[in-house]
Design a protein around this ligand. Structure first.
Ligand code: NDP
Length: 439
């Protein structure tokens, strides 16, 4: 830890996993004999590169690029690309580490990877985004391939960016192949991929609640974020009869007690790329809380009274103080669309209160699972209908929930899906590593 102070989020993620593995190691000491912990926390490969591109004023800009190929025991590396100014090698390492166990939980043959850049897409023209994506792929293309490493989107990387990245990959290699997922529906994308992470997080909540004899119908829900995951979480919540009343972006929190106007949200975030504040132009009765007015120890969104919560923005966006208020307000279900959105102390509060808590590596695995379905469709030159993709997504989310719940039960903590997810995911990867020898 002393040697790498910049890897705070990675240590946070690793500590959680390692804590959960204690009872497993007591029962199965052979994992020690194979030095699995030492091997699993060390990425197979980390690639860092320079990205040079020209802005609209003709100035040369330089950014940092990353791809971490963390673990390939179960299949080709798979995990998204994040473009955000907060991206560092430590952030990519934490995301890649989480991805290993998440991908294992899907039951599909995919290893763990992640990548991105400290490039800030905000305020950039379409031409600048395209030139940046082309420059990024000009280096990345030599490290990826449809059977080695298949990146996807994440924060700041949506359909537009995947298009520019894919076009450049094709130009450089001359190959039309499934090297990226989240592609456009006319050029190799899977129907239902865009929606999958958000829909999956809601299916996961549904599974958790069903196990407790409850449903989402009529429930008031808090959602954070206003991007890909948040939008399709809100869409699925409406479909299941729930009422999502909030969303957030990096500038503030929107609270519409009658329920978020989803069409307007899509227009603002998918088309005009505007701030959430402009929602008030059409709905002046809604409440907008700018970041400057957030409580000192947390975030405005989690202080609103509700039944269930879906953090869908970014890591550590839900503090211990937020969790305390949520529990006090009666929130009894938290399903994480984002990666590690709850701080370690917040997670402790949820586990102590024994509410239905679905950690990101289980609850948001629907996105990567559907990405693997996109790879399967690309390999067979097919495109499946929405019904087929959605049925598979539902099955995968139900299976993940079942694995987590059964493993939690096996280790004597039936409500602790964090324990269940970490042990179930770890066991698959560790067993595959042992089978494959010391490599
Ligand atoms: P998007 O870029 O589409 O949306 C991200 C949203 O979160 C935006 O509303 C953004 O606000 C907000 N946000 C980002 N960073 C911050 C921050 N530091 N503080 C406050 N708000 C912030 O990303 P996604 O929806 O794809 O990803 C959201 C989360 O879900 C991430 O944790 C990601 O890793 C995770 N995830 C995504 C998957 C996918 O398939 N896309 C799969 C699994 C997990 P603004 O617009 O103002 O920047």
């Amino acid at each position: 830890r002393k040697s790498s102070p910049a890897q705070t989020e990675f240590y946070q993620a690793a500590e959680e996993v390692l804590e959960c593995l204690r009872p497993l190691f007591k029962r199965s000491p052979h994992y020690h004999d194979h030095s699995i912990i030492e091997r699993i926390v060390e990425p197979e490969r980390q690639i860092m590169f320079r990205i040079c591109w020209t802005d609209d004023a003709g100035r040369v800009q330089v950014n940092k690029g990353y791809r971490i190929q963390f673990n390939s025991a179960l299949g080709p590396y798979k995990g998204g690309l994040r473009f955000h100014p907060s991206v560092t090698s430590g952030i990519i390492k934490f995301l890649g580490f989480e991805q290993i166990f998440k991908n294992a939980l899907t039951g599909l043959p995919i290893g763990g990877g992640k990548g991105g850049s400290d490039f800030n897409p905000k305020g950039k023209s379409d031409g600048e985004i395209m030139r940046f994506c082309q420059a990024f792929m000009s280096e990345l293309y030599r490290h990826i391939g449809p059977h080695t490493d298949v990146p996807a989107g994440d924060i700041g990387v949506g359909g537009r960016e995947i298009g520019y990245l894919y076009g450049q990959y094709k130009r450089l290699t001359g190959r039309y192949e499934g090297v990226l997922t989240g592609k456009g529906l006319d050029w190799g994308g899977s129907i239902g991929r865009k929606e999958a992470t958000g829909y999956g997080a809601v299916y996961f909540a549904q599974n958790m609640l069903e196990a407790r004899g409850k449903t989402l119908e009529g429930k008031t829900c808090l959602v954070s974020g206003a991007g890909n995951v948040a939008i399709y979480t809100i869409e699925k919540l409406y479909e299941l009869g729930a009422k999502p009343v909030t969303c957030t972006d990096s500038r503030g929190t929107l609270h519409d007690a009658r329920g978020i106007d989803l069409d307007l949200l899509k227009e603002l975030k998918e088309v005009t790329r505007a701030s959430l504040e402009s929602y008030l132009e059409k709905h002046p009765e809604a409440n907008y809380i700018p970041v400057g007015e957030y409580p000192e120890d947390g975030h405005a969104v989690w202080r609103i009274k509700a039944d269930a919560a879906f953090p869908c923005a970014t890591q550590n966006e839900l503090t211990a103080a937020d969790a305390e208020v949520m529990l006090h307000n009666g929130v009894y279900c938290v399903s994480e669309g984002a990666n590690m959105p709850s701080s370690a102390d917040a997670v402790d509060h949820f586990l102590e209160a024994k509410i239905a808590y679905g950690p990101g590596k289980a609850a948001n695995a629907g996105g990567v699972a559907t990405s693997q379905l996109e790879m399967a469709q690309n390999n067979s030159m097919e495109q499946w209908p929405l019904e087929k993709v959605d049925i598979k997504l539902k099955e995968i989310m139900a299976n993940i929930h079942q694995q987590c719940a059964e493993t939690a039960e096996e280790f004597g903590e039936p409500t602790n899906l964090v324990l269940g997810a970490n042990i179930a995911g770890f066991r698959k990867v560790a067993d595959a590593m042992i089978d494959q020898g010391v490599v």
